[in-house]
Write a protein that binds this ligand. Structure first.
Ligand code: SF4
Length: 213
């Protein structure tokens, strides 16, 4: 069951500044674009609160500096990256229209990593939807998703994965990814599940194995 939510009319200046936890140039470790160089914009603030979250420091936006989109884009430009991944926290809490249109002017491919807990606002070339049980995705995000990445913490999460896969488009790629602290336990289950249901692929947090961010 997806949630019905009320849209809040955005203020004119919304999205011109954003709370930023970290900016860094690295390699995408997960999902369909694994192994590709990418500049990460990790926005602060999350309204979901997964108990196994590995970036809990991102939850409270007030603990992080607010940056202008102009300054963020300038840092991205200096990196020489050709791809940028907007992540969090939960980046869809913010109107990302200003940020994404500014990044696209630099000719960058712009990706979003979201739980879909809010309506997605912005111009993206790739949307990775990673739905969370604590706050189910906004209905419209399913049709926009290029990639569905479901974190597997226990057996019940396979049902959760199928429930979400039924709502995405046919072109959407499907990934099962072990929750890091449970990887040893759930990986054999994921392998067996993928063999039986080959429309799914395994996604690993390869950046953690490589010891990079
Ligand atoms: Fe952490 Fe992402 Fe869950 Fe937010 S949605 S609590 S950032 S895993």
């Amino acid at each position: 069951m997806t949630l019905t939510k009320t849209r809040i009319k955005p203020k004119k200046t919304e999205g011109e500044t954003l709370p930023v936890m970290e900016l860094f140039y690295s390699v995408q470790g997960e999902g369909a674009h694994t192994g590709k160089a990418a500049f990460f914009i990790r926005l602060a603030g999350c309204d979901v609160g997964c108990h196994w979250c590995d970036v809990k420091d991102s939850w409270d936006a007030d603990k992080h500096p607010v940056m202008s989109v102009k300054d963020i884009v300038e840092e991205v430009g200096l990196s020489g990256a050709n791809r940028v991944i907007v992540t969090g926290g939960e980046p869809a809490m913010y109107d990302l229209t200003h940020l994404t249109t500014s990044l696209k002017k630099l000719g960058l491919a712009v990706h979003l990593e979201t739980s879909g807990s809010s309506e997605v606002r912005g111009a993206f070339d790739w949307i990775c939807l990673s739905p969370k049980k604590r706050k189910e995705p906004w209905e419209e995000v399913f049709s926009k998703a290029d990639e569905l990445k479901v974190v597997i913490y226990n057996k019940d999460d396979f049902n959760w994965a199928e429930k979400n896969a039924a709502l995405v488009s046919k072109k959407c790629k499907l990934y099962l990814q072990p929750e890091w602290s449970k990887a040893d336990k759930v990986m054999p289950l994921i392998v067996e599940y993928t063999k039986k249901h080959p429309r799914w692929q395994v996604s690993l947090q390869t950046h953690k194995y490589l010891g990079i961010r």
